[in-house]
Design a binder for this molecule. Structure first.
Ligand SMILES: [Zn+2]
Length: 525
């Protein structure tokens, strides 16, 4: 009797001590620390944490994360905290890219080197082809309006203007979906290239300009990777002056042709007879080095410490644009970046570490196509078969006044005060159960509504596709997403703290429980 009671008391004391340690660890994650880190990482001096900025803010952030990891006593993931990520940068060579109108005997009628291109073949490329003016390049299912009806665009360079008859009638702006449908149509017709110019009725439309930043910013890819980010067709953007030269033989300007289309409801497309076009697209490539920062809390079990739970967050963002506009990316992904620091601090505060090791990976070039996490998944610190789960934090610092309505559009998915999106491939029912339990403890309301749309949209993807259970945490999209207005003053630090605490508790449980979490649904590619 006495003996049992003693054991019981001992167990209770032990349980209380563990709980106390956990509570103390949770308290190390607090609003003021998060704020202090975030004001540094998402401050103007970092210039939007991108490659090629005047002040190397991305590098400085990497140094900051390394310094904080050292200060906390985390171990470096390899020989150092930096994992070098070799990448190829490919930037349009504006000086050597051009669009030329050719007349009789190869004569040059017009030379334009202001064009820019999105995608197309990855290498350098020259095409010489006949031209077609195809109005808006549009097809309307309802009215059967078809800009290329009766015109063969195969092997031609097709010139179109932005928007479509309906949008013009309604005075609405164009968007990427509308213009991409034109690309599909041109592609299906076998065109060599699609040239999009601003429509004359809407000179202020900034669609083409907004593409310019993206297109001329170039692209990055992992060295040795097959380029997967090329468009299936040469997609070129030009100006009205060029288009007016092309349609000149009709005796009309672009503005007049557009007016006729709008008035008659009929296409005014034609094959250009008086000239052909030579299009040259050249890219400059160079090697650049990116960095993942990797820090480790070693597990306390001599055998299980060879297994791990990985926390990931990308620390890069979109840099700058135009006259000093800075994309500070306070939420995307300053929040995830600094939350990882606080989670690491919580683990370090535990006297007895979890049985398994914990890896913190701040990954680079997410905004360029999940490149840093791709590299990590190919060069992990612990083998992937010993990686139990990836917990990724991307945009975890915002709250709406109330929870979004059910079935709300993605852009309006910002969670309310208690909402938390958890993207998962549901590979482990045990992990989901565990996650729900922790949400319950913290009063968070989990939603997996973003899972379908977002499974390939952040760094967890490279873990998911390797069959590793993932939890992709986010407080949802908002109107400041990928805008200069994604700023510090909109951050909800209490929410961020709760998300970080959730992440800590879930990871701690997975890393510390005796049995490995069950993976009952393997990934499907
Ligand atoms: Zn992000």
């Amino acid at each position: 009797m006495i003996k049992t009671r003693m054991i019981l008391t001992l167990l209770l004391v032990l349980a209380a001590t563990t709980l106390y340690a956990q509570k103390r660890a949770l308290e190390t994650i607090n609003e003021s620390d998060l704020k202090a880190h975030l004001e540094f990482v998402a401050g103007d001096l970092m210039q939007g944490r991108d490659f090629f900025t005047d002040i190397p803010g991305l590098e400085i952030t990497a140094d900051y994360l390394k310094a904080q990891s050292m200060k906390m006593g985390l171990k470096p993931g390899g020989e150092s905290y930096f994992q070098s990520v070799a990448m190829i940068s490919s930037v349009p060579d504006q000086d050597n890219s051009y669009f030329e109108l050719k007349g009789e005997g190869d004569s040059v009628l017009y030379h334009d080197n202001t064009i820019f291109s999105l995608g197309g073949p990855s290498g350098n490329d020259t095409v010489h082809a006949e031209l077609v003016f195809a109005g808006y390049g549009w097809y309307d299912d309802k009215t059967k309006y078809n800009d290329t009806e009766g015109i063969d665009i195969k092997d031609k360079i097709v010139v179109v203007m932005t928007r479509n008859p309906e949008l013009v009638k309604e005075g609405k702006q164009t968007d990427t979906n509308v213009e991409m449908r034109k690309m599909q149509k041109a592609l299906m017709g076998g065109a060599k290239a699609l040239v999009i110019v601003p429509d004359p009725k809407n000179p202020d439309d900034n669609f083409v300009e907004s593409i310019r930043k993206y297109a001329t910013g170039g692209s990055l890819s992992l060295e040795g990777a097959k380029s997967r980010r090329t468009m299936p067709i040469r997609l070129v953007f030009g100006n009205l002056e060029l288009a007016n030269m092309i349609v000149r033989e009709s005796g009309k300007t672009m503005a007049q042709l557009q007016q006729e289309i709008q008035e008659s409801g009929q296409p005014k497309s034609f094959v250009v007879e008086s000239c052909s076009a030579k299009l040259q697209l050249v890219k400059k490539t160079s090697k650049i080095e990116g960095k993942n920062i990797i820090a480790v809390v070693e597990g306390s079990d001599p055998i299980l410490k060879n297994e791990c739970v990985v926390y990931t967050a990308h620390y890069d963002h979109l840099g700058m644009q135009g006259e000093g506009e800075i994309f500070n990316g306070a939420d995307d992904n300053g929040t995830g970046t600094v939350a990882l620091l606080e989670i690491a601090e919580a683990f370090q505060s535990l006297k007895k570490k979890p049985r398994r090791s914990i890896v913190f990976a701040w990954v680079t070039a997410e905004e360029k196509g999940l490149i840093g996490s791709d590299y990590y998944s190919q060069n992990p610190v612990f083998p992937l078969e010993n990686t139990l789960a990836d917990i990724n934090l991307d945009m975890v610092g915002r709250s709406a006044e109330k929870e979004p309505e059910e079935g709300a559009e993605l852009e309006k998915s910002l969670a309310g005060p208690n909402g938390l999106y958890i993207v998962s491939g549901k590979q482990s029912s045990e992990l989901i159960e565990l996650s729900e339990k922790v949400c319950g403890e913290l009063g968070l309301e989990p939603s997996d509504e973003l899972s379908d749309a977002f499974l390939s949209r952040s760094d967890y993807f490279h873990f998911y596709k390797n069959g590793i259970p993932v939890l992709g945490l986010s407080t949802g999209l908002h109107e400041d997403y990928h805008k200069v207005s994604d700023e510090l003053d909109k951050i909800d630090y209490t929410k961020m703290k709760r998300v970080a605490q959730y992440a800590f508790l879930v990871g701690e449980k997975v890393a510390n429980q005796k049995k490995r979490i069950v993976v009952d649904k393997p990934a499907v590619e």
